[in-house]
Design a protein. Structure first.
Length: 338
């Protein structure tokens, strides 16, 4: 190789490295600026940048997506300093040291399910098709579930179609679609071509789960069994269930006057009695709520300009909603680091 040619190539390499470094710096600055501009008063407080595998601050944290970036705040002071990583997700949830991240589609690729370990590193990556919509992880971190829209883009419409899958991170078993499970309604096997399943929430035994099944215009809460591959209906007009930490109640949304076009109300269902309690949030909530503890549920609520905020409300129907994290969605409680 002659001298001038080698020098030119070295110069090009150096310039490319400088350009990439500049782009990375710009991305971090924009992430911070976007996070700050999401609140009505122009800021959330301090923003701390971190890599996805950076050590998490001590104490219980509330994980959220801040402008699509995996982030955490102090659970006791959710309006305080926000630690923002570079991991981008459309939906995310963490439990038992496992994070499920549904990534947005790229210019030349579809969305993916990223399964992250406690260190923030990707343990598994699964290509998906559709628009990311819901994801959940079992309490011990073993089971991961996700839902995507594969036709239509709203639960309010009659023409939507979903695809919901489950991954056992311990065995590696992948269930690509829960629509392959056998559905039982009122004790009898139910068959239909229009069955859709979405919004999984896991029980403590890593085998049972709850979800929504839609068919013939009826949306029902079902109890699922992974090993038996069955779905059994429990109650109608129950969508996007979320099981309480004590396993006794389901937080859910239900259509106003059974008409999704009128919006949804948040309620809680007692699994033993099937008694329903409407919560104090009277605005329409199109989200799968998350329990902060046995007394409080959190959820995303979208403003008129499209910005999401995380809110909380008592689970017994008393009190009133309160803002938890501005400019964020996908809440999940992270226990203290041991």
């Amino acid at each position: 190789m002659n001298g001038p040619t080698q020098r030119v190539r070295i110069l090009v390499t150096v310039l490319a490295a400088v350009l990439l470094a500049g782009l990375a710096t710009t991305a971090v600055v924009r992430a911070r600026q976007n996070a700050a501009s999401a609140s009505p008063d122009g800021g959330h407080g301090a923003i701390a940048a971190a890599s996805p595998d950076a050590p998490r601050p001590p104490g219980p944290r509330l994980q959220v997506l801040s402008n699509g970036l995996l982030s955490t705040v102090d659970l006791a002071d959710p309006s305080g300093t926000r630690t923002v990583t570079t991991q981008k997700c459309d939906r995310a949830y963490t439990a038992g040291g496992t994070t499920a991240c549904l990534t947005p589609a790229g210019a030349l690729s579809g969305p993916r399910l990223l399964v992250l370990g406690p260190d923030g590193r990707v343990r598994r990556s699964i290509p998906l098709t559709g628009l990311p919509n819901r994801t959940r992880v079992s309490a011990d971190g073993r089971m991961v579930a996700w839902t995507l829209f594969v036709g239509g883009d709203s639960y309010a419409g009659g023409g939507f179609s979903t695809r919901t899958g489950i991954l056992d991170t311990r065995s590696g078993r992948l269930i690509g679609s829960l629509e392959d499970f056998t559905v039982f309604r009122e004790g009898r096997r139910y068959r239909a071509a229009d069955i859709n399943v979405w919004g999984v929430t896991f029980a403590a035994d890593d085998n049972r789960f709850y979800a929504t099944v839609s068919s013939a215009g009826t949306r029902s809460l079902v109890e699922g069994d992974v090993r038996a591959r069955t779905l059994r209906t429990l109650a109608d007009d129950v969508e996007c269930p979320s099981l309480s930490p004590d396993g006794t109640r389901i937080a859910f949304k239900h259509a106003v006057d059974a008409d999704p076009g009128k919006g949804w109300r948040l309620s809680v269902l007692d699994l033993a009695t099937l008694r329903r309690t409407q919560l104090a949030e009277t605005r329409t909530v199109d989200d799968q709520a998350a329990w902060l503890d046995d007394r409080t549920v959190a959820y995303g609520l979208q403003r008129a300009d499209g910005t999401n905020d995380v809110w909380g409300v008592p689970a017994d129907g008393t009190g009133r909603p309160r803002t938890l994290v501005l400019g964020a969605n996908s809440p999940a409680v992270l226990p203290p680091v041991r």
